[in-house]
Design a protein around this ligand. Structure first.
Ligand code: DP6
Length: 325
């Protein structure tokens, strides 16, 4: 029998209300709900081939064979897909990102959304969007939000069955842009997996979780009414709450660099002066600058003038994870 193969493409996503901390770390059941936007133009392209002749799973990441923890994480994920399908050939996974890996752009989200779709399709499983989102979540929490298209809410749920992402608005609902100011291409020191585990050690995490329903409500309202002011206020507050938890964890997690701090102040002053912009920052030093797409050129030009910003990547609202025919 011939090997079974499929190719899938998925985008990363940027969360306006963020996921930080797990109720169940093994199944990535999050401590709180979150809302994000898929990032069109940035993508992970993944081919999965299952073949009876492969003696073990292989992972080729951006052209280089991967070993150790990344291979193990992918192999454990493939094992879940094999169990679902009920057959056990090993696989070769060839994956490329067109953006810097592990530097504050959620590469694990697009990676596991693409892997979930390619691997399940190669095995002949035809999963619903919800089940695909649930499967992707088992690889990386935020990956469940890269399965549906556009603006996506992750319902935290209480168990494996009711924790998944669903679209709350399609990509063309709101012409927003994410201008990502790249300040470092280095790999981050503490990955999100370890970071989520430290969240509980911060005395601020309980307060952050308790206030999340209000932030989710404001964020849904901002998206449904395309209200940039509400989005800006809730996104920046949520970002600051997550980083407050990070820096007050034991041991503390500090992802920012001096230029990250400079950018947050600068963006706030631009907004005070009438420019519709706001920022958010994930587990890394790069700064995601949101604005209506008609301001992309102005925002990009202004960002490039700030010393320490090496590049600006621009993304509009992206579609769902898809198969390449
Ligand atoms: C800071 O989904 O990358 O980007 O499930 O361990 O892979 P794992 O974590 P991950 O965490 C993302 C955290 C974040 C916030 C967010 O995207 O909601």
């Amino acid at each position: 029998m011939q090997g079974q193969t499929a190719i899938a493409i998925a985008t990363p996503n940027i969360a306006f209300v963020k996921y930080w901390g797990d109720r169940d770390p093994r199944l990535h059941i999050p401590a709180n709900g979150s809302i994000s936007m898929n990032l069109d133009g940035l993508s992970t392209h993944t081919q999965v081939t299952f073949d009876a002749s492969f003696r073990h799973d292989q992972l080729i990441l951006d052209g280089k064979p991967a070993t150790g923890a990344p291979l193990q994480r992918v192999s454990e994920f493939l094992e879940r897909v094999r169990r679902l399908a009920g057959w056990y050939w090993n696989a070769r996974v060839v994956s490329t990102n067109n953006f810097p890996t592990a530097a504050g752009i959620a590469s694990s989200a697009s990676a596991f959304a693409a892997l979930a779709l390619a691997a399940s399709s190669a095995m002949g499983l035809q999963l619903s969007e919800r089940d695909l989102s649930r499967l992707a979540r088992l690889g990386s929490g935020s990956a469940c939000r890269s399965v549906p298209g556009g603006f996506v809410e992750w319902q935290p749920g209480r168990d494996d069955f009711d924790s998944y992402g669903f679209s709350i608005a399609p990509p063309d609902h709101w012409d927003l842009a994410d201008c990502i100011a790249i300040v470092s291409r280095g790999q981050k020191s503490v990955g999100s997996i370890e970071g989520h585990m430290l969240a509980e050690t911060s005395p601020l995490q309980k307060a952050r979780i308790a206030d999340t329903p209000l932030r989710l409500k404001l964020c849904r309202q901002a998206i449904s009414e395309r209200d940039f002011d509400i989005l800006a206020n809730v996104t920046e507050l949520d970002c600051q709450l997550m980083h407050a938890v990070m820096i007050t964890s034991t041991p503390p997690l500090l992802y920012w660099q001096p230029v990250t701090q400079l950018l947050t102040r600068t963006i706030q002053s631009w907004r005070k002066n009438g420019l519709p912009v706001c920022y958010t920052i994930d587990a890394g030093p790069n700064v995601h600058v949101l604005c209506p797409s008609s301001y992309i050129t102005q925002v990009t030009d202004q960002l490039m003038q700030i010393p320490g910003v090496s590049k600006v990547l621009v993304a509009r609202p992206g579609g769902p994870a898809r198969l390449e025919k």
